[in-house]
Design a protein around this ligand. Structure first.
Ligand code: EPZ
Length: 418
């Protein structure tokens, strides 16, 4: 388990190129099972979650090669229908392989993904939708077995716009018999990116990016090449880090309309933000002002995956901000660690807390508990006085490629000690 060592109060200055989206490449790697042939995926981030997804594909029987940022998947010999427990435990989003594997092999066996630092993470929405498509589901000692004669298109209204469930059912529907009408779908851009890959492979999908999606089952998909959409959460994280540490940074390979709510908040906090077709420039103010209220919502609202980083930013901004985390029931593990750095935050419930900004944080030893919480602690360390040690770097390495190199290039004083 590595640790980041940061000496704070260095302004950030320079340019970084944002990687392809972790939360798009994962469902698209799962989707590559469907065409039973070649998928060429460009702009793939080299992070531990992608490595885990590749291990799952190889375990299923696919051949996967990486050439720099491009991954080539050959799913012609995919046959294994069991996903190893150690891989599901490493990456709970492995559940996303259920839809495509059911489509290919009509059977899937995997361990219940289970909860994490963010909450219980149930999969009831996935399960009830699969049952509607004709899937038989049994559970024994934490192992779930899915089986079906065939997948049947049907009408499904999601109780909640779950990102994973929306992706899983689209993946089950593209080769199913008949038409599947989905309503109350999640609208995250990563889902639209997965759909664009599927359409390139011959799938028939209408309503991409909206909450009502219609998939008309086809007989077969063919090879496809696709470039992964830029990672809006990685981009947003670096924008927040720049705002907190001070300075001016240009982010390349971005889609600014995916970040509208964050751009609005950072502008209100005093940042100067300029947009161009594929880049975002952000200049931090000398004094940050808190906005009064931040509430996470399904896309296009403020993404829950930026809430921990915004909490760290709010902790060093003038005035108070009330946070309401509406997506996960306990995405607050980072708060205890921010308090160790001198932040003034009071928890009102598992999902609501109030931040009272302080002028300076003070370096200390803290623990990353999850991916975005770790990014929040790096954000805090960059602007804290003295040295901050952030343990359990493995959490951050799941979703941020070359974060130390990127921050060093921007002038930060950060090292990774293994
Ligand atoms: C995806 O997780 C992302 N992960 C998460 O990003 C992101 O935070 C989340 O969507 C919300 O945007 C990937 O894309 C790999 P959900 P997912 O199903 O699909 C409840 C990161 O940091 N729910 O939309 O698991 C669930 O408990 C990660 O990159 C049910 O109740 O999210 C949660 O409270 C963290 N039943 C809420 O819905 C279900 O069957 C949102 O979950 C499914 C979900």
């Amino acid at each position: 388990m590595g640790e980041y060592v940061i000496t704070g109060s260095k302004k950030l200055k320079g340019t970084i190129t944002v990687n392809g989206s972790k939360n798009a490449v994962l469902p698209i790697l799962a989707a590559s099972l469907l065409n039973g042939s070649l998928s060429v995926l460009e702009n793939c981030p080299d992070i531990s979650d992608t490595k885990t997804a590749v291990e799952i594909l190889q375990h299923i029987g696919c051949a996967v090669e990486r050439e720099n940022k491009t991954m080539i998947v050959n799913s012609s010999s995919a046959c294994n229908t069991e996903i190893p427990t150690e891989l599901v435990k490493k990456m709970r989003s492995s559940i996303i392989f259920t839809g495509p594997l059911l489509s290919r092999a009509k059977k899937v066996k995997l361990t219940y993904p289970g909860g994490c630092e963010l909450g219980k993470r149930p999969i009831d929405i996935h399960l009830s939708a699969f049952k509607k498509m004709g899937v038989n589901i049994t559970e024994e000692n934490d192992i779930i077995t899915f089986s079906c004669e065939k997948l049947k298109g049907c009408d499904i209204a999601f109780d909640f716009p779950s990102v994973g469930a929306t992706e899983n059912i689209i993946l089950a529907a593209v080769l199913a018999e008949g038409v599947t009408n989905l309503s109350n779908c999640a609208r995250e851009p990563e889902i639209a990116d997965m759909c664009r890959y599927l359409v390139k492979a011959g799938a028939k999908i209408d309503g991409i990016g909206s909450s009502d999606i219609t998939i008309t089952g086809v007989k077969k998909l063919h090879p496809a090449t696709h470039s992964i959409v830029p990672d809006r959460i990685e981009a947003g994280t670096y924008m927040i880090m720049t705002a907190a540490a001070g300075g001016k940074v240009l982010l390349k390979n971005t889609v600014s309309h995916h970040l509208k709510p964050l751009i609005e908040i950072l502008s209100k906090m005093g940042c100067k933000i300029q947009l161009s077709t594929s880049s975002i420039s952000i200049k931090a103010p000398s004094v940050l002002e808190n906005v009064p209220f931040i509430q996470t919502l399904p896309y296009p609202g403020i993404p829950t995956d930026l809430q921990p980083q915004l909490t760290a930013l709010s902790a060093v901004s003038k005035g108070m901000c009330r946070f309401d985390e509406t997506i996960f029931e306990s995405r607050t593990a980072h708060i205890g660690e921010l308090l160790k750095l001198g932040a003034d935050i009071s928890l009102k419930s598992g999902t609501e807390f109030v931040v009272n900004g302080v002028t300076r944080l003070k370096g200390n030893e803290v623990f990353a508990k999850d991916l975005r919480g770790g990014a929040a602690l790096i954000t805090a360390g960059l602007c804290a006085d003295g040295t901050t040690i952030i343990k359990n770097s493995c959490h951050v390495e799941r979703g941020y490629e070359n974060i130390v190199e990127n921050l060093l290039n921007l002038g930060a004083n950060i090292t990774l000690k293994n």
